[in-house]
Structures are given as structure tokens and as C-alpha cells.
Design a protein around this ligand. Structure first.
Ligand SMILES: *[C@@H]1O[C@H](CO)[C@@H](O)[C@H](O)[C@H]1NC(C)=O
Ligand SMILES: *[C@@H]1O[C@H](CO)[C@@H](O)[C@H](O)[C@H]1NC(C)=O
Ligand SMILES: *[C@@H]1O[C@H](CO)[C@@H](O)[C@H](O)[C@H]1NC(C)=O
Length: 342
């Protein structure tokens, strides 16, 4: 497990943080910790426990005249055979900065659709909920669709939907409220005039990891109400397994696999005609690196040669490095690296 994917650890300001040293070997083992490649100063505030775990009593944003506790940590385990380095853990401070997108007010025809969006970049990612007129929005109404990226869609808008909408973002660091956007309905009569289909919001380009859930947005307006359908640009079938439509036209793909990568096309058709509008979004599915073959221990007489093999797979293709006693191994007069160890 050493040198696997870098881990991200989220720390909360003024709270303790523990980092375990995940290396194994024959006892006795001596554990040392480094931050950003520099040995850590151990003291009252930062200690190494008997089992090798690093304990920071109270996580600091910025110490008096010094650095913050955020950074990349790793530990080294030394025994009589040599030294192993753990993979790095990137320690981030939990935070919730201001919203960078607030919902904007809309005026729509009765029976039409409304869409509000708010965006905030929290660490960890914030949980976004909505309020209408300062009261939590009831999610029981199926005309309301909440998408996890901070989008609220309202379909078949009626008089009762008129009001002020705002979002509430919460994570372990804070809670924040967005500005309020007003939803209003245009004067009567508009709902009977013909309107071409328009895609109010199409799918975003999205990069996710295998087994996660992909949500591709598509919401269209028009009179009569357009019919939304999905296809892949390469003509391959979207399939049915794990596929769901959220609300009136958003595509949800659960447990994505590499085969789901591709460009997705949302089409909004005027019923009974060929008139359509389309919008595209690219879905990129990535797979974390995984070892298929590990180096094996060997005993060789002096003067002989030893071959170690390591094979890993992932998307994008993983980059392999070799370490000897915790130090990066460079090709030299008696060390050769081949294939994708370059
Ligand atoms: C190390 O010890 C601490 C304190 O007893 C404990 O909380 C932590 O889980 C231990 N870590 C491991 C890897 O055993
Ligand atoms: C987000 O908040 C809602 C409402 O409080 C809650 O039901 C839901 O479990 C939360 N989701 C996450 C991922 O915390
Ligand atoms: C999505 O990616 C394509 C290229 O793959 C690019 O042309 C397009 O502008 C991107 N769309 C958005 C909304 O970023």
C-alpha cells in the first residue's frame, strides 16, 4: 500500500489532528515524520505517539511567526533492513469561502421552467440545501429537482412558486447563505403563445472517478413543452443499467465505469416535429492506479543481477517511480529502469 494514491486529509482549525503511519516491517521500527519533505519539529504541540501516529494538539492556520500546519506529510519507518516511506498525506484546512455564484432572479411563464444555481467551493465539499421565503424547501414536490452541484430546477411553474429562493451551504467549517433570487410569473396569456424549444441549461463537462455517480443536466423550455432525450455523440447506446432520469430531463448514471466516458448529447424536440435544439457535454471517467504486480524479495550472490517487476494500471496511465531505502532510484551504471518506468 506504500506509495499508493496520495491521501487528502481535512483538518479543522483549533481541533486535534491524528495521522497514522501506515508502514509495516520487522520490529524494532523507528518512525520519523516529515512535512513538505522537511523533518518535523516534535514538541508539546506536535507529538509522535508510541504506535507512530502523529498527533497535532490544535491544528493551526498560521502559527506565530511560522507556517500553517497544512502541507504534505509523510512518515519513514526505519528498521535493521532499511527504510520505507509512507505515501504522502496532503493535509488541508477545512474552509467555506463565500459563494462565488448566487442564484439570479427569474420571470417565467406560468407552466414554464425556472432554474437557480449557486456555487461555493468548500473543503470538504459543502452540502447545499435550498430555502423558499427563508423556509427549507420541501423536497416532496416532484416539480422541484435538486442537483448536487447547487442547481434547483422548478418545472410546471405556478403561482404558488412565486417567492424568494436562496441556498444554504454547510460543511464542518461553516454555514453560509446565498443572496436571495426572486421567482416571478409573467402576465397571463403568455402561456398560450407558441415558443421554440430552448435548452435553458445543458450538460457540463465532467471528470469523475469510477463507481461515482454522474449527473448530466438538461432542462429545456418551450411551448408546447419540448421532449428531452439523450444520446451519445459516437452513436453507441447509453444503455439502461444504472441510468435514471432526474426531474424532467437530467441524466443520472450510477456506478460509472470507464465505458461511460464519452460525449453526451441532450436534445430538446418540439413534440411531433423534427425541430430540435441540442447541447453537448463530455464525461471523462478516471480510474485510480492499482498494482497488478509487485516487486518480490530476492537473494543474489554479489556480482549477479536482480530484476524487480512492478505493473500498475489506471486511467490516465499511472507513472511509476522506484524507491530504494526511501530514496528515489535513478538509472545509473548498475541500475536500469525499463518500460514504463522510463
Ligand atoms: C495510535 O494510537 C492512538 C492513541 O492511542 C490511536 O488513537 C490510533 O488509532 C493508533 N493508530 C494506529 C494506527 O494504531
Ligand atoms: C445534506 O443536508 C441534508 C439536509 O440537512 C441531509 O439530509 C443530507 O444527508 C446532507 N448530505 C450530506 C452529504 O451531508
Ligand atoms: C467541453 O469540452 C469541449 C472539448 O472536449 C470544449 O470544446 C467545450 O467548450 C467544453 N464545454 C464546456 C461547457 O466547458
Amino acid at each position: 500500500s506504500q506509495l499508493g494514491r496520495r491521501r487528502d486529509v481535512i483538518a479543522v482549525r483549533d481541533r486535534p489532528l491524528m495521522l497514522d503511519c501506515n508502514v509495516q516491517g520487522q520490529e524494532p521500527i523507528q518512525i520519523t515524520w516529515r512535512k513538505n519533505g522537511v523533518p518535523l519539529t516534535i514538541g508539546r504541540r506536535v507529538q509522535v505517539l508510541a504506535n507512530g501516529t502523529l498527533w497535532i494538539h490544535s491544528f493551526q492556520k498560521r502559527k506565530e511567526g511560522g507556517d500553517a500546519d497544512t502541507g504534505e506529510y509523510d512518515c519513514a519507518a526505519q528498521n535493521r533492513f532499511g527504510m520505507l516511506l509512507s505515501r504522502k498525506a496532503k493535509v488541508l484546512l477545512a474552509s467555506l469561502p463565500k459563494f462565488h455564484t448566487h442564484p439570479t432572479s427569474m420571470v417565467v411563464d406560468e407552466g414554464g421552467v425556472a432554474r437557480f444555481q449557486c456555487q461555493i467551493s468548500g473543503i470538504p465539499e459543502a452540502n447545499i440545501t435550498w430555502e423558499k421565503d427563508r423556509v427549507p424547501l420541501s423536497t416532496g414536490d416532484n416539480r422541484y429537482t435538486l442537483l448536487p452541484m447547487g442547481v434547483l430546477q422548478v418545472t410546471a411553474v405556478r403561482q404558488a412558486d412565486v417567492g424568494g429562493f436562496r441556498c444554504v451551504a454547510t460543511n464542518i467549517a461553516n454555514t453560509r447563505y446565498s443572496h436571495e433570487a426572486v421567482l416571478n410569473i409573467t402576465g397571463s396569456g403568455a402561456s398560450r403563445t407558441y415558443k421554440e424549444p430552448v435548452i435553458l441549461s445543458g450538460p457540463q463537462n465532467l471528470t469523475i472517478t469510477v463507481h461515482q455517480t454522474a449527473i448530466l443536466e438538461c432542462i429545456a423550455t418551450g411551448n408546447p413543452k419540448p421532449i428531452v432525450s439523450w444520446s451519445r455523440l459516437d452513436g453507441r447506446s447509453i444503455g439502461v443499467e444504472g441510468i435514471q432520469v432526474l426531474g424532467t430531463g437530467n441524466l443520472m448514471i450510477s456506478d460509472v465505469s470507464l465505458q461511460h466516458s464519452g460525449v453526451y448529447v441532450c436534445a430538446a424536440n418540439r413534440p411531433g416535429t423534427r425541430m430540435r435544439r441540442t447541447a453537448l457535454g463530455r464525461l471523462v471517467v478516471q480510474a485510480p492506479p492499482e498494482f497488478l504486480q509487485w516487486p518480490q524479495s530476492v537473494s543474489k550472490p554479489a556480482g549477479g543481477s536482480a530484476v524487480f517487476t512492478c505493473v500498475a494500471q489506471g486511467v490516465p496511465e499511472p507513472h511509476l517511480i522506484w524507491l530504494k531505502n526511501g530514496k528515489v532510484l535513478m538509472p545509473g551504471h548498475n541500475v536500469k529502469l525499463t518500460n514504463n518506468n522510463r
